[in-house]
Design a protein around this ligand. Structure first.
Ligand SMILES: [Zn+2]
Length: 316
């Protein structure tokens, strides 16, 4: 049969067939090759699309994250500014509270100061800085709040049991100590006298001198001695209440120094209230005595209201 077939296709036909087959194979090969390339391109394109999609996703995610982050930052910044605002408010409140407390403390100090002063005044006889005269006199029932016996070393040897105001006796004894140190032996011959003692004394004087006794012995109750803050002082030579004591060096020392211990001479020479009594010294407190000394003034010359201001510190 093959011989027949061979016989049917002459060589002039075979060559074109071979060429055709070769060409067809080439076409097929090229087609396959091409389709493979196309497949790869498609794959690459798919891959590119995927990558692009991934990129978009990632970009979106990043944008979203950035947005979130920035909103978080904004939120935090907001909170922070709120916090510093609140902090400023708290600080202001704190300052106000502090000021209130300080004001409160000030008021408490002021009130307690007032209470102290009132307490001090309530424990201080207002009579101690009164000016007494024939028309204004001390109540016969007045007795000082505190009386203390004066140590006998300060008292004239023949006198005993002399009493002085308990809050002022220290000033008196200090004054006599310093006088002694300066060379002046001065002694107390009279101190606190009750109304009755004063009445007795006046009676004795009246018996001896008649009505003329008014000139040198205060009437009953007028006497500053009833206050407990007044003493009669003389030196060991004079030994009695006499105006000649005013000529002594001891008196000069008292005149120059007694104010430092709170004492003033109630009735100086040529005063318009009473006879000259160089021996009669009254305790009015260091502040008042010093201010009177500086003003070269007498206790009885000053206005009572002005004197009253010193009562609170009479024993300071
Ligand atoms: Zn006197």
């Amino acid at each position: 049969m093959s011989t027949d077939s061979q016989a049917k296709f002459p060589p002039s036909v075979i060559l074109p067939i071979i060429i055709f087959i070769l060409l067809a194979s080439l076409v097929i090969y090229l087609f396959l090759e091409n389709s493979e390339k196309e497949q790869r391109i498609t794959n690459l394109e798919t891959e590119k699309l995927n990558t692009q999609r991934d990129l978009v996703n990632t970009t979106n995610t990043l944008l979203k994250e950035r947005e979130q982050a920035s909103s978080t930052i904004n939120e935090l910044a907001g909170r922070l500014s709120l916090t510093s605002e609140e902090l400023a408010d708290i600080e202001k409140d704190f300052e106000r509270e502090k000021e209130k407390n300080e004001e409160f403390e000030k008021q408490i100090r002021k009130i307690s100061g007032t209470v102290n002063n009132l307490d001090k005044l309530s424990k201080t006889d207002k009579e101690l800085l009164q000016k007494y005269s024939r028309t204004y006199f001390l109540n016969e029932n007045f007795i000082p709040m505190k009386l203390k016996k004066i140590d006998n070393q300060y008292v004239m040897p023949d006198k005993t049991d002399l009493y002085f105001h308990g809050n002022a006796v220290g000033f008196l004894e200090e004054m006599l100590d310093d006088a002694k140190e300066a060379g002046f032996d001065i002694r107390i011959i009279s101190a606190y006298r009750s109304f009755d003692e004063q009445a007795d004394l006046k009676g004795q004087y009246t018996q001896i001198y008649g009505s003329g006794s008014n000139a040198f012995s205060a009437d009953q109750g007028y006497s500053e001695h009833q206050l407990g803050t007044t003493v009669d002082i003389v030196d060991m030579e004079t030994r009695t209440t006499s105006q000649s004591f005013g000529q002594t060096e001891a008196f000069k020392w008292l005149e120059d120094n007694a104010y430092r211990y709170g004492f003033v001479l109630s009735y100086p020479e040529n005063n318009e209230f009473y006879i000259y009594e160089p021996w009669h010294w009254r305790f009015v407190g260091v502040d008042l005595a010093r201010d009177l000394h500086r003003a070269d003034a007498q206790f009885y010359e000053w206005d009572q209201r002005k004197i009253d201001e010193y009562l609170i510190k009479i024993f300071d």
